[in-house]
Design a protein around this ligand. Structure first.
Ligand SMILES: [Cu+2]
Length: 225
């Protein structure tokens, strides 16, 4: 196999395996609107980035092979080209357009993930404390459940979360929902989610908060509607 053909082959294998990884990551389905928006953004950025990365790697491999020192090719041209206005304009305008695209899609994602519904069905005061979470939950019928160790909600309910920490900085993280927000002393962060499927999902702390940080785990129970 020639060097150029070999680099194209390696690039094809890389694209294939990345596509396979992307495929398995999609298999779980949509759990919340925020998770859906986050994953859409992830793939909208990942797929063009893979294409650009592969293009660059192939061009580098091509240049290394084509312009290497070999019998009869020991020197460069006597008057090598040093400027090209057209190419310079292209490599300014194309990255600018890519950044504009990423900026627009990222803002669209933030509109979904960071717009807390004005009239949530369930309101939860989440209290973080080394090394446990506790939930004060107000349900749609007005019932109030204080100091719960598990967050129980139903499919289709909009859930507003208000966070407080009574000691150090923590971070509320539901990996399945791709939801993560800092929980810091002295400032109440606000976030939301809307579960679309029943199930039980883990809540972790994603900010190192002390020796037993790893054990700061709680559950979200999503009951069928
Ligand atoms: Cu913590």
């Amino acid at each position: 196999m020639s060097g150029l053909r070999r680099s194209f082959f390696a690039a094809a294998v890389l694209v294939g395996s990345l596509a396979a990884i992307a495929g398995t990551a999609r298999a779980d389905g949509v759990l919340t609107p925020g998770q859906q928006a986050t994953e859409q953004l992830f793939y909208l950025v990942l797929i063009p980035a893979m294409g650009i990365g592969i293009l660059v790697m192939v061009l580098v491999a091509y240049a290394v092979l084509k312009f290497r020192v070999r019998p009869g090719h020991t020197e460069g041209p006597a008057y090598a080209k040093t400027h090209d206005r057209k190419i310079e304009a292209l490599w300014t305008v194309i990255p600018a357009l890519i950044l504009l695209f990423v900026g627009v899609v990222a803002f669209q994602t933030l509109i979904v993930t960071d717009t807390v519904p004005p009239n949530p069905d369930v309101t939860v005061l989440v209290t973080a404390q080394r090394f446990a979470w506790s939930f004060n939950i107000t349900y749609p019928n007005g019932t109030y459940h204080a100091n719960q160790s598990t967050l129980t909600v139903s499919v289709g309910q909009t859930v507003k979360l208000v966070f407080q920490s009574i000691d150090v900085a923590h971070s509320f993280y539901i990996p399945a929902f791709e939801l993560k927000i800092d929980v810091i002393p002295g400032h109440a962060n606000v976030y939301w989610f809307k579960p679309l499927q029943a199930g039980t999902f883990e809540i972790h702390c994603a900010e190192f908060c002390g020796l037993r940080h790893f054990s700061m785990i709680a559950l979200v129970h999503v009951l069928p509607a």
